[in-house]
Write a protein that binds this ligand. Structure first.
Ligand SMILES: CC(C)(COP(=O)(O)OP(=O)(O)OC[C@H]1O[C@@H](n2cnc3c(N)ncnc32)[C@H](O)[C@@H]1OP(=O)(O)O)[C@@H](O)C(=O)NCCC(=O)NCCS
Length: 173
C-alpha cells in the first residue's frame, strides 16, 4: 500500500484519536496524545501521520523527555510513544515506515537520542538497544529489555546516565 508520512494538521486530531483507540482497544493512549499536544513537550513536526488514499492509517508521536543525571543535571532526549496502525492494516510495514521516518526527522531536527518503552521484539530492528547500555533507568516497573534507546548521532547518549523523567501527562491516563 502506498502511504505518505507527514506531520499532523489540526484536521487530523480526531482521526489520530480514533485510530489509536482502535489499535489499542482503549482510549488511554488517545487521551495521552491529546494531553501531550497541549503540553510543553509537544513537537508539532514529530507527530507524524501515515496517510493512504482513504485517510489516516497510522500515527507516531515523539515528545520532549529529560534524563536526570548525576547531581541533577538534566539531559534532553525524546520519548517515542505512542504509535499505532489501524488493526486491519497492521503487519504491512506501515509501523516500520513510521519509526524510520520519525527517527530520520528527529535526527534532522538535531535531537541526539530517542527512548522507547515497548516490545523488545519490535524496536531492535531499527537500532534500539537496552537503555541500560548507557546507564539510563526508568522508575516504571518494566522488564529491562523493554526499556530501550537509540543514538541519533554518534555519542548521543554517552555520559548521559540517569533516570528518565516522564512528564506528568504519562501518569494522568
Ligand atoms: C505496533 C504497531 C504500531 C506496529 O505496526 P505495523 O504496521 O503492524 O508494523 P510492521 O508491519 O512494520 O511490523 C509488524 C511486525 O512487528 C512485530 N510486532 C508488531 N507488534 C508487535 C507486538 N505487540 N509484539 C511483538 N511484535 C510485534 C511483529 O514482528 C510483526 O511482524 P509480522 O507482521 O510478521 O507479525 C501495530 O501493531 C499497532 O498499532 N499495535 C497496537 C498498538 C501498539 O501496541 N503500539 C505499540 C506500543 S506504543
Amino acid at each position: 500500500m502506498k502511504i505518505m508520512i507527514t506531520p499532523e494538521t489540526p484536521e487530523d486530531k480526531s482521526s489520530i484519536y480514533s485510530l489509536n483507540a482502535a489499535a489499542f482497544g482503549q482510549e488511554n493512549e488517545s487521551k495521552l496524545i491529546d494531553l501531550l499536544r497541549d503540553s510543553e513537550h509537544f513537537i508539532p513536526a514529530l507527530s507524524l501521520v501515515a496517510r493512504s488514499e482513504s485517510g489516516a492509517v497510522g500515527h507516531i508521536l515523539f515528545t520532549k523527555l529529560k534524563i536526570k543525571g548525576l547531581e541533577g543535571v538534566m539531559y534532553d532526549t525524546l520519548a517515542l510513544a505512542p504509535m499505532a496502525v489501524l488493526p486491519a492494516l497492521q503487519h504491512l510495514g506501515i509501523g516500520s515506515q513510521l519509526v524510520r521516518e520519525g527517527l530520520k526527522r528527529a535526527a534532522e531536527l538535531g535531537y541526539g537520542s530517542v527512548i522507547v518503552l515497548g516490545h523488545p521484539g519490535y524496536y531492535p530492528k531499527f537500532g534500539f538497544l537496552p537503555a541500560s547500555k548507557w546507564g539510563i533507568r526508568t522508575s516504571y516497573e518494566v522488564p529491562g529489555e523493554a526499556f530501550m534507546a537509540i543514538e541519533l548521532k554518534p555519542g548521543g547518549l554517552e555520559g548521559r546516565a540517569g533516570l528518565v523523567v516522564y512528564s506528568k501527562e504519562f501518569d494522568e491516563v
